[in-house]
Design a protein around this ligand. Structure first.
Ligand SMILES: C[S@@+](CC[C@H](N)C(=O)[O-])C[C@H]1O[C@@H](n2cnc3c(N)ncnc32)[C@H](O)[C@@H]1O
Length: 248
């Protein structure tokens, strides 16, 4: 669904240590291509969780890829995950984390489902440098296909330094590392152009704006860390008032 799930998950796994049999949550897995990749390449067991995509369609793709024993598709909202505390050895997220993970409380919540010593890693479209003030004109001008690249939701795009600070301040991780994919903007534009040529774009192409930008602002950010601390309050629990005893 995004640009390009397999390239991005391959890059992410370069910064993780995955062993056969590990339990891995693929959060915001979309069409589960990254989940299939993880199962095939590393022999890990993957819970392929997504909000918008149907687990029925993902299950069909998983079976066609021959990894039905390793991948479990599930419909789940990122703030209401149905997993036990400490269950996963690793949590990964490809081109999705910026939809739900930019608030200070989210990392503490999601790492609740990671065992101590477990790894979390995400790759997301992001920024080379934070934008001060207005979005740059070259990203807000219409492209020749009429599409304007910059939408208000893209303020959820951030730089490696921004993500690094958010994750370090959570107090839940050690060894937090963030970086930028070298020439990521070129890969992003190439993927958009390839989808255009194949007539497979779900939405009008963003290639022109990405090429105009040429890596000044746009790129792909990777963040990884290892869980050091256990429990925390689940601030997304609708029953929190009763849990802490004030809703009486
Ligand atoms: C751009 S798509 C990327 C999908 C896939 N990882 C890929 O790279 O092709 C973003 C995905 O994030 C998922 N997503 C967005 N908000 C979510 C939420 N609150 N909970 C779970 N998944 C969410 C959507 O369902 C969607 O499939």
């Amino acid at each position: 669904m995004g640009p390009n799930a397999l390239w991005l998950v391959e890059w992410l796994t370069g910064a993780l240590a995955l062993e056969p049999g590990m339990r891995v949550l693929d959060l915001g897995c979309g069409k589960a291509l990254s989940s299939i990749f993880l199962a095939k390449e590393f022999g890990v067991r993957v819970w392929a969780a997504d909000l918008w995509m149907s687990p029925d369609h993902n299950w069909r793709r998983v079976c066609e890829a021959g990894v039905g024993e390793l991948v479990c598709p599930i419909k789940a909202e990122a703030h209401a995950l149905p997993f036990a505390q400490g269950y996963f050895d690793a949590i990964v997220s490809i081109d999705s984390y910026h939809y739900f993970g930019t608030d200070q409380m989210y990392l503490a919540y999601v790492t609740g489902m990671l065992r101590t010593g477990g790894q979390i890693g995400m790759v997301t479209p992001g920024l080379v440098q934070e934008i001060e003030g207005q979005a740059p004109a070259h990203l807000t001008q219409p492209q020749s296909n009429g599409k304007i690249f910059w939408e208000d939701e893209l303020w959820g795009f951030h730089s490696p330094d921004w993500w690094g600070q958010l994750w370090r301040r959570s107090g839940k991780l050690e060894g937090v590392k963030t970086d930028l994919l070298a020439d990521g903007w070129r890969l992003w534009a190439d993927f958009e152009r390839a989808c255009e040529a194949a007539g497979k774009n779900h939405f009008p192409s963003d290639a022109e704006a990405i090429e105009r930008d040429a890596g000044r602002y746009l790129g792909f950010v990777r963040a990884v860390g290892t869980k050091v601390r256990g429990e925390c309050m689940n601030y997304y629990d609708p029953a929190l008032g009763a849990v802490v005893g004030v809703d009486r």
